[in-house]
Design a protein around this ligand. Sequence first.
Ligand SMILES: [Fe+2]
Length: 288
Amino acid sequence: MPDLHVVDTEAIAWENGVDSIAKMAPEFRANLGPPEKLEETFSKYNMKLLLSDPDTTKRGERIHLTPGYADLTPSYHDSVEECLLLEGACYIHGEGEFKGGDYFWRPPGWVHWVESAEGFDALLFHEGISEPERSGPSSRRVRPDEECGTNQLHSDHDAAIGPRGWVKRLDTNLVPWQRGPAFARSEGPLQGYDLDHVSFKVLSKNPVVGSQSLLVRLDSSYRQEGPGGHSAAQQLFVLSGSLAIGDRGIPKGGYIYREAGSVHPPMVSEEGAELFMKTEGWLDFLRA
Ligand SMILES: [Fe+2]
């Protein structure tokens, strides 16, 4: 069985934004704002890398922004941007107030900028080039303030919101948990999941290809019966609790990337866990 790509984010150090700038895609770096202000701004941006794919520019980060952080300019991205706020709060111009537990999936082209008086922690993703998600490369295109809240890539509304729609600000605490057997009725059989010990919240979903972002709650004593794989690539981040895949323990703060079709040992959780999950296609589990 191939090894899992695992990042134990609690065990690695934060990378400060001043150091990150040098590693950014040139297209992104050149459009951050006035060069003389970059250091002051990006010293407040701290990051732990989850995933970076140079081919598609897909990227995932756990971020920690200290009080007073503010983007230097409004901008839009050619890529979908997705975020789950973990703690703290921010104001996104063109979109509104966000606090811990809020989520967004922003299709390409929407102009925005963020500022945060108190700072915040979040999981932040750029989808990168993906035809099914109508997402282009990670980029940053500076725009004037008066364009905040407008889409500068598409004048057609359906194109501007894309196949998942624009999930502008979702308070995930107001989304109900669906118990496993109820969720499976709309997803397919989900063979191999311990359906009686799992619940789901769907945060955003592409109904064409089945890709989606979810919160998943594993009850204590969640136990899959045997090894298997998912037909679509899958990402997991452990928000609380812990789990194990075979004999490999994944603590709180653990991030996992599973390639499409890769087969892994069964997942179990003795104490229970809450997960943020991204899947690039229909959620399934095929027993090996
Ligand atoms: Fe952004």
